[in-house]
Design a protein around this ligand. Sequence first.
Ligand code: PLP
Length: 380
Amino acid sequence: MSNHIYLDYNATTPVAPEAVDAMTPWFNERFWNAASAHPLGAMANDAVETARQQVADLIGAHPNEIVFTSGSTESINLALKGVLSAAPDRTGIVTAATEHKAVLDTVAWLAEQGASTCVLPVDASGQIDLELFAGSMNEHTAVVSIMAANNETGVIANLAGPVDAARRYGALVHTDATQAVGRINFDVEHSDVDLASISAHKIYGPKGVGALYVRRGVRIDATVHGGGHEHNMRSGTLNVAGIVGFGAAAELAAKQRDDDAERSTQLTAQLVAGLVAQLSDVEVISESAPRLPNTVNVRFAGADAEAVMVNAPTIAVSSGSACTSMVPHPSHVLTAMGMSADEASECLRFSTGRPTTDESITEAVTALVSAVTRVRELTR
Ligand code: PLP
């Protein structure tokens, strides 16, 4: 094991032992293809259907409404491209500037293909303005895409307003629920969305597996064509082991969600209290907005976040900057909330997970206090 303190569970989580155990036989002893007509194929198919039920249960869906994919990126692509392709008389798509790149880049691509797209600004706490939102919609709007919880700030959206506005114009609602699922009680009936993207590796399942929730009666065209798997919505031989692991992780998440949330609330509070007690000019981003219990984004004014990470090399956190061609860019989420590029580059995102301990938070605080102090001294 490394001596790192991992506080980056929004990037990915370890696979829960229960999920590893459930998956293991499906790699080798039970390597069968779930689409095969023989009894071994039927056994693989049964395992997939059990997982489908487990994933559906986690979000309050019916198993027939779950389409397995390779993760949220693919689910988002399928949802947005699939809706626009299936509704040629509707060409509009509305989203917000703080969405994950999987949404924003898909929307940008759709714009290049002729869709009329609208990427709405947000306020300083990361929330969308409902009036602006409703004003951006019309009878040509096919779909709106608003994330259930932001991966960088943890801000939880109130989906009721967007859903209401979408219904008035007959548009569908997609939510990127990647970070919300398993962390808060995200339920498709309660949130009343038509489509939701989720990913196994954020909830202690394996990487490379996810699902798209497609409400019964909602029509989307496939983006991957082939053998007609997943009700013709996503062709390709099913990743049986991965799906079984996703199912086991989903079942565990449903059982542990409240305990996990309580624990992560304590840990993030401990982290913030420790930092605030020992450092000046520490700001919690979107402090008063509803946020995921495990996520806290902190600005250390006067200390560049990348430099803090270099000076605290054992702390695995995210600076929120997308690194393209080796050139770090300030977070598009934070700049969309009105921060300057310089302010945004002073922010670090901390996200706790099941393995995080009180001791590791205490150690992280000590390392961060010394790193921030050093960076501030060097750049003063
Ligand atoms: N959406 C959000 C909010 C995310 O945090 C992520 C992953 O970081 C994704 C989408 C993409 O998920 P995946 O890695 O399953 O493709």
